[in-house]
Every structure is written in structure tokens, then in C-alpha cells.
Design a protein around this ligand. Structure first.
Ligand code: HEC
Ligand code: HEC
Ligand code: HEC
Ligand code: HEC
Ligand code: HEC
Ligand code: HEC
Ligand code: HEC
Ligand code: HEC
Ligand code: HEC
Ligand code: HEC
Length: 330
């Protein structure tokens, strides 16, 4: 343990000498020795045992919880802590220089500390050295990538339970940046996402990731599916049809009438009836009649203004399979 800084310094000086001796010449013909110009670059320490001597449980900056995550399963050959993957320094970069204080009593930080001041590319490169699997297929060029969101803006890799991986705690992480969506999920009609209601029966039924792929997806708005409708069919399959009598706007896009997060109109609708229907429907008689408060009690009892309004009769607004259901009345 005590000898380690010496080894680090030794490594540093030897590679410096090597670079001076062979660095420029060797890079040319073979190319194999091209790595020699890394002389000034930081070196790896002797690994996790050295780091944990100072960062164990109870110390100023404990780091032990990383061993409770799936990344701490050392038997997995791609784990940071597996043989040859440089342990802590798989993420923090070669950091032998950090282990011993300098002459002036200060301590140089590790190569990568994931602080706000570090370029996001540097931070994400540390993670993407391992996580280029299917889960990150859409990451390059995704909205979050282009907006320079770091992996660790969402992920707390040192925590035994990364909050963003659990439905109950995930929305709160997203709301840090998406305040508007927090407000939407507080409206009276909303998908049952955690934080959206005091009613325990709805707590954490859905997470943002039931619809979104935060690493980027094929559809609009980082959706998991290609289109909004396909996304909705995941859970509301009965709305897919096929129907004998389709209602055109339903097949086209659910968001013609619904908002995905929350609305102050019941059933997540974009507008209240009868105006919802009258946005598109003009015609004789009741279809585009001007309805007003006079249709409401005590003066009036207009079927088109009470209860489900237009839906009192047009009950199959998503489409009908009844032979006589052309007007969605059955
Ligand atoms: C001899 C004790 C010691 C050893 C060994 C040590 N550290 Fe540290 N480390 C500290 C102290 C003390 C701090 C608090 C910040 C400071 O004093 O500069 C710290 C801070 C850090 C930080 C936070 C830096 C920042 O600026 O936010 C990281 C990350 C870190 N260490 C990683 C490591 C890694 C990885 C290793 C193994 C390669 C390691 N440490 C080995 C003592 C040590
Ligand atoms: C999977 C990547 C990864 C591994 C492996 C990893 N770290 Fe970290 N570490 C981070 C990130 C990212 C941060 C920044 C804090 C955050 O956002 O979670 C961090 C922060 C730290 C800090 C600062 C914590 C604080 O309270 O400010 C210390 C100290 C640290 N790591 C030490 C270690 C040690 C020691 C190891 C090995 C046992 C290690 N890390 C392994 C990614 C990693
Ligand atoms: C040395 C390779 C390596 C590096 C570097 C690395 N990881 Fe991992 N990570 C793994 C392995 C192996 C697993 C466990 C298997 C899996 O889930 O893919 C894992 C799992 C995860 C998981 C899933 C945790 C769970 O409980 O399901 C997250 C999230 C994660 N890593 C994020 C990160 C982030 C963020 C970084 C950068 C700060 C990072 N990783 C750096 C190898 C690595
Ligand atoms: C906008 C927030 C966000 C960002 C940024 C983000 N992630 Fe994730 N990540 C998540 C969420 C949420 C999950 C859980 C996904 C689920 O449950 O379907 C997750 C899951 C994971 C997993 C485990 C499941 C899997 O897909 O393999 C890994 C590994 C991972 N992320 C790595 C990364 C890496 C590497 C980066 C940076 C390139 C990154 N993440 C950036 C939110 C994010
Ligand atoms: C560190 C900040 C940050 C966090 C945390 C974050 N996002 Fe984002 N997200 C952004 C930024 C910036 C944009 C682009 C501007 C916008 O649309 O608000 C964005 C855009 C989006 C978009 C729109 C994508 C598009 O192409 O239209 C979705 C969907 C999204 N984020 C979902 C999530 C989810 C789900 C989470 C949590 C798992 C999350 N975000 C966490 C910063 C963040
Ligand atoms: C039931 C599915 C669903 C859930 C759950 C969901 N979203 Fe969305 N979200 C959508 C759809 C669909 C859109 C696209 C809306 C459009 O383009 O008309 C969207 C759009 C977005 C956008 C882009 C801006 C906007 O409003 O158009 C952001 C940001 C976003 N969602 C964040 C979140 C966050 C954060 C959560 C979790 C708290 C979440 N979403 C949960 C379906 C969902
Ligand atoms: C991951 C599953 C899931 C997806 C995807 C999904 N929903 Fe839902 N939806 C639910 C759940 C769960 C409820 C609540 C049911 C309840 O309260 O009984 C719900 C309720 C609704 C309601 C009734 C709301 C109310 O106030 O009673 C509407 C309307 C709705 N969803 C429309 C949509 C639309 C449009 C989409 C596509 C953007 C969509 N859903 C995607 C699961 C989902
Ligand atoms: C033409 C407008 C319109 C379109 C487009 C539309 N809906 Fe609806 N939806 C409504 C109305 C109106 C209600 C209220 C029904 C009621 O009060 O009985 C409703 C209610 C719902 C409900 C809750 C009640 C139920 O029937 O389960 C769900 C879920 C739903 N819609 C899903 C969808 C999905 C998924 C799509 C896209 C495939 C879609 N809607 C497209 C108008 C529409
Ligand atoms: C986004 C526009 C849009 C909205 C909103 C909308 N519709 Fe439609 N509706 C259409 C279109 C387009 C057709 C197909 C017209 C055609 O084939 O001539 C249609 C057809 C119909 C038909 C069958 C008409 C016929 O020819 O017999 C009825 C009934 C109907 N809609 C009722 C409703 C009701 C009730 C609502 C409110 C819940 C509603 N629509 C909301 C666009 C809309
Ligand atoms: C009391 C029952 C009832 C109510 C309430 C009602 N309708 Fe109708 N609607 C009908 C009947 C019946 C037809 C004709 C059906 C047929 O001929 O098969 C019809 C036909 C229609 C048609 C097709 C008209 C055409 O010109 O072909 C549309 C569009 C329509 N209604 C929209 C609406 C809208 C919008 C509302 C709400 C303002 C509404 N309806 C409320 C019973 C109702």
C-alpha cells in the first residue's frame, strides 16, 4: 500500500523516458508504438483496494455502495471490477496521481470526477466505453444527447438503488428538468404516474419509461414505438380495431382528441364537449348548433349538453362494429 505512489511515479518516469527515447521515431513506421506519446497522461493506480482504503464506508466520501449495484458483480467479465477493467478507474480514468498529496499538501482530483465543469462528452465517453449495447442504440443524435444531458444527470451509479430505475422514484428525477410535465401530471385527469395523485391505488402504476425511451427512440418525442398510436395500443389495444365503421381521427392520431400526460378535461381530452367534436364537425341540425348555458338545468335539459353530451348517443366514438354503427351510435 505504502509503495504504491512510488510505483506510480516510477511508471510515470519510465514511460516518459520511453517516450523520449522512442516516441517520435517509433510512431512512424510500425504505428504499433503510437501509444508512447501518452507519457504525460495519467497512470492507473493499483486498483480498487487502494481507492477503498480512503473511500470506505464511514469516510468523508464513501464509495462502497457501488458494490451493491449490478456493476459491482465482479464475476461479470464486463464489470468495471472484473480482471483487467481497472476497477474504479474504468469510470474515473487513470488516477494514480490522486492517491498521494502533492508537496503543497493539496490532492489532485481523479481524471474524471463527473463534476458540472467537465465536458459532457468526457463524462459520457466513460460510460459508453462499456454501454454501447442495444439499450443505447438510439442514443447518438437523440434529443438528450444533442442537448448535452450527461448519463449521470439521470443515473446515480454509486447508489445501491439508482432512483431512476424504479417506477416510484423515476418521475422525480425527470421532473428536475421537466417541470412542465410535473404540472401536467397534477391535473385532474392524468395517467397514473407517481407524484400525480394522493390516491395510493394509483401510486407508481406507470413510469415515464412505459412510453418513453430516454436514451432515444425511433418515434417522435423519444417514444418507444414508432408513432403515438402504436404507443397507446401497447396498453389500450381495444382501440386499435379493426372496426367496421372507423372514426377517421382515431386511426390517424389519438392526440387529435387526447393529451398524453394530463388534462383538466375528463378522459385526458384536449377540449370539453361539445366543442371537442365541433372542432371538426360542421353540418345541419344538432351537429354544429350553438349550444349555451340555456341547455343546462334549471332552464333546459338538452341531451347534447348534459352527461356525456355528444357521447350520450355517439357512444362508440373510437369506432363501431355494429352493422348499423355508421354514426357510432351503437
Ligand atoms: C489516501 C487517500 C485516498 C486514496 C487512496 C484515494 N482517494 Fe479519492 N479522495 C480522497 C480525499 C481526501 C478526497 C476529498 C477531496 C480532496 O481532498 O481533494 C477524495 C476525493 C475523491 C473524488 C471526488 C473528487 C472531486 O473533486 O469531487 C473521487 C471521484 C475520488 N476521490 C476517487 C478516487 C479513486 C477512483 C481512487 C483510487 C484510484 C481514490 N479516490 C483514492 C482521498 C483518497
Ligand atoms: C460506473 C462508473 C463508476 C465507478 C465504477 C465508480 N465511480 Fe465513483 N463516481 C462515479 C460518478 C458518475 C460520480 C459522480 C457522482 C454521481 O453523479 O453519482 C462518482 C463520484 C465519486 C466520488 C465522489 C462522491 C462524493 O460524495 O462527492 C468518489 C469519492 C468516488 N466516486 C469514488 C469511487 C471509488 C473509490 C470507486 C471504486 C470503488 C468508484 N468511485 C467507482 C462513477 C463511478
Ligand atoms: C467497465 C465497464 C462499465 C463501465 C465503464 C460502466 N458500466 Fe454500467 N454496467 C456495466 C455492467 C457489466 C453492468 C451490469 C450488466 C448490465 O446491466 O448491462 C452495468 C450496469 C449498469 C446499469 C444498470 C444497473 C441496474 O441495476 O440495472 C446502469 C444504469 C449503468 N450500468 C450505468 C452506467 C453509467 C451511467 C456509467 C458511466 C458513469 C457506466 N454504467 C459505466 C459495465 C460498465
Ligand atoms: C434522461 C435520463 C437518462 C439519461 C440521460 C440516460 N439514461 Fe440510462 N436509463 C434511464 C432510465 C429511465 C432507465 C430505465 C429504463 C427502463 O426501465 O426501461 C435507464 C436504464 C439504463 C441502463 C439499464 C437498462 C439498459 O438499457 O441496459 C443502462 C445500462 C443505462 N441506462 C445506461 C446509460 C448510459 C450509458 C447513458 C449515457 C449515454 C444513459 N443511460 C443516459 C434514463 C437515462
Ligand atoms: C438534466 C436534464 C434532463 C433530465 C434529468 C431529463 N431530461 Fe428530458 N430533456 C431535457 C432537455 C434539455 C430536452 C430538450 C428540450 C425539451 O424538450 O424540454 C429534453 C427532452 C425530452 C423529451 C422530448 C424529446 C423530443 O425529441 O421531443 C422527452 C420525451 C424527455 N426529455 C423525456 C425525459 C424523461 C422520461 C426523463 C427521465 C427519465 C428525462 N427526460 C430527464 C433534459 C432532461
Ligand atoms: C402514457 C404514455 C406517456 C407517459 C406515461 C409519459 N409520456 Fe411524455 N409524452 C407522451 C407522448 C405520446 C408524447 C408526444 C406528445 C405529442 O407529440 O403530441 C409525450 C411528450 C413528452 C415530452 C415532449 C414535450 C411535450 O409535452 O410534447 C416530454 C418532455 C415528456 N413527454 C416527458 C415525460 C415525462 C417526464 C414523463 C414521466 C413523468 C412522461 N413524459 C410520461 C406519452 C407519455
Ligand atoms: C403503459 C400503459 C399505457 C399506455 C402506453 C397508455 N396508457 Fe392510457 N391508461 C393507462 C392506465 C393504467 C390508465 C388508468 C386506467 C384507470 O384509471 O383505470 C389509462 C387511462 C387512460 C385514459 C382515461 C383517463 C381518465 O381520466 O380516466 C385515456 C383517455 C388514456 N389512457 C389514453 C391514452 C392515450 C391517448 C395513450 C397514448 C398516448 C395512452 N393512453 C397510453 C395505461 C396506458
Ligand atoms: C375523436 C376524438 C377521439 C379520438 C381521436 C380518440 N379518442 Fe379516446 N376518447 C374520446 C372521448 C370523447 C372519450 C370519452 C368517452 C366517454 O366519455 O365515454 C374517450 C375516452 C378514451 C378512453 C377512456 C375510456 C375508454 O373508452 O376506455 C381511452 C382509454 C381512450 N379514449 C383511448 C384512445 C386511444 C388509444 C386513441 C387513439 C387510438 C383515442 N382514444 C382516440 C375521443 C377520442
Ligand atoms: C379531428 C377531427 C374530428 C374530431 C375532433 C371528431 N371527428 Fe368525427 N369525424 C371526423 C372525420 C374526418 C370523419 C369522417 C367523415 C367522413 O367520412 O365523411 C368523422 C366521422 C364522424 C361520424 C360519422 C359521420 C357520418 O358520416 O355518419 C360521427 C357520428 C362523428 N364523426 C362523431 C363525432 C363525435 C361525437 C365527436 C366528438 C366526440 C367527433 N366526431 C370528433 C373528424 C373528427
Ligand atoms: C340524442 C342523441 C344524439 C346526440 C346527443 C348527438 N347526436 Fe349526433 N346524431 C344522432 C343521430 C340519431 C344521428 C343520425 C344517425 C343516423 O342517421 O344513422 C346523428 C348524426 C350525427 C352526425 C352525422 C351527421 C351527418 O350529417 O351525416 C354527426 C357528425 C353527429 N351526429 C355529431 C354530433 C355531435 C358533434 C354531437 C354533440 C354536439 C351530437 N352528434 C350529439 C344522435 C345524437
Amino acid at each position: 500500500m505504502q509503495r504504491s505512489p512510488d510505483i506510480a511515479r516510477f511508471l510515470k518516469t519510465t514511460s516518459l523516458t520511453l517516450a523520449l527515447l522512442f516516441g517520435f521515431g517509433a510512431a512512424g513506421p510500425a504505428g504499433a508504438a503510437g501509444d508512447e506519446d501518452t507519457a504525460d497522461e495519467p497512470q492507473y493506480s493499483r486498483g480498487v483496494k487502494q481507492c477503498m482504503a480512503c473511500h470506505k464506508e464511514g469516510r468523508e466520501k464513501p464509495a462502497h455502495e457501488v458494490f451493491f449495484t449490478t456493476m459491482g458483480i465482479t464475476g461479470d467479465p464486463s464489470s468495471p471490477f472484473a480482471e483487467g477493467n481497472h476497477d474504479c478507474e474504468a469510470c474515473h480514468g487513470p488516477s494514480a496521481h490522486h492517491i498521494r498529496k502533492q508537496k503543497d499538501g493539496t490532492r489532485l482530483p481523479p481524471t474524471v470526477t463527473f463534476s458540472d465543469k467537465e465536458p459532457v462528452e468526457t463524462q459520457n465517453a466513460a460510460c459508453m466505453s462499456c454501454h454501447t449495447d442495444a439499450g443505447r442504440f438510439h442514443w447518438p443524435g437523440s434529443t438528450h444527447d444533442l442537448e448535452a444531458v450527461a448519463c449521470v444527470d439521470c443515473h446515480d451509479v454509486h447508489a445501491a438503488n439508482d432512483p431512476i430505475l424504479a417506477l416510484e422514484t423515476q418521475p422525480e428525477v425527470c421532473y428536475q428538468c421537466h417541470q412542465e410535465q410535473r404540472a401536467q401530471f397534477l391535473r385532474q385527469s392524468r395517467h397514473p404516474v407517481q407524484g400525480s395523485t394522493a390516491s395510493l391505488s394509483q401510486v407508481g402504476l406507470l413510469g415515464c419509461t412505459d412510453c418513453h425511451q430516454p436514451h432515444g427512440g425511433p418515434g417522435p418525442a423519444n417514444l418507444i414505438r414508432n408513432t403515438i398510436n402504436e404507443q397507446c395500443y401497447d396498453c389500450h389495444a381495444e382501440k386499435r380495431g379493426p372496426f367496421l365503421w372507423e372514426h377517421a381521427p382515431v386511426q390517424e392520431d389519438c392526440s387529435n382528441c387526447h393529451v398524453p400526460h394530463g388534462s383538466n378535461y375528463e378522459n385526458l381530452l384536449v377540449a370539453r364537449q361539445p366543442y371537442l367534436c365541433q372542432q371538426c364537425h360542421l353540418g345541419n341540425f344538432h351537429v354544429s348548433a350553438v349550444y349555451s348555458g340555456s341547455g343546462l338545468p334549471p332552464e333546459g335539459r338538452d341531451q347534447r349538453m348534459l352527461g356525456k353530451q355528444c357521447m350520450n348517443c355517439h357512444v362508440q366514438v373510437h369506432g363501431s362494429n355494429h352493422p348499423g354503427g355508421i354514426s357510432q351510435t351503437r
